[in-house]
Design a protein around this ligand. Structure first.
Ligand code: DQA
Length: 143
């Protein structure tokens, strides 16, 4: 049974409240139950982690080494700034899918570049919360 770690970066705990026109009306609890529902479907175990702090996300990625077979990460704003998260993902070498709820390529210019993409085996953008399910499915089918 594959073990998948799902990591969410800053402000994703405010789903539902936060810019619902962009991120939808479903809250963070709805995301947690959506992810939980994938366990039986894809025969995986999941752990979901959320932090608003870059270093804590780096620590979590480091601690995944040897304990998880795949990572689905939405680094949120750190996508566009964090060499530290990129380096952590490269260091552990765990197959990683990058997920964005919105389509970052169609938003402000500063969201167009992703450091994390350089370490990701796949990037899923603009599929809403379903993107997390697609990320888990991709890891199960390909790794
Ligand atoms: C996001 C897109 C980022 O640009 C933004 O900073 C987020 C969420 C998304 O899921 O669409 O916080 O990663």
């Amino acid at each position: 049974m594959k073990r998948i770690l799902i990591i969410n970066g800053p402000n994703l705990n405010l789903l539902g409240l936060r810019e619902p026109d962009i991120y939808g009306k479903q809250d963070y609890k709805a995301l947690l139950s959506l992810i939980k529902g994938t366990e039986a479907v894809y025969n995986v175990t999941t752990e979901v982690y959320q932090s608003n702090h870059e270093g804590d996300i780096v620590d979590k990625i480091q601690s995944a080494y040897g304990n998880f077979d795949g990572i689905v990460i939405n680094p949120a704003a750190y996508t566009h700034t964090s060499v530290a998260i990129l380096d952590a993902l490269k260091a552990v070498g765990i197959p990683t899918v990058e997920v964005h709820i919105s389509d970052i390529s169609k938003r402000e210019e500063f969201r167009h570049h992703s450091y994390v993409s350089l370490a990701a085996v796949k990037t899923i953008c603009g599929h809403g919360l379903q993107g997390y399910v697609e990320g888990i499915e991709f890891l199960v089918e390909n790794y």
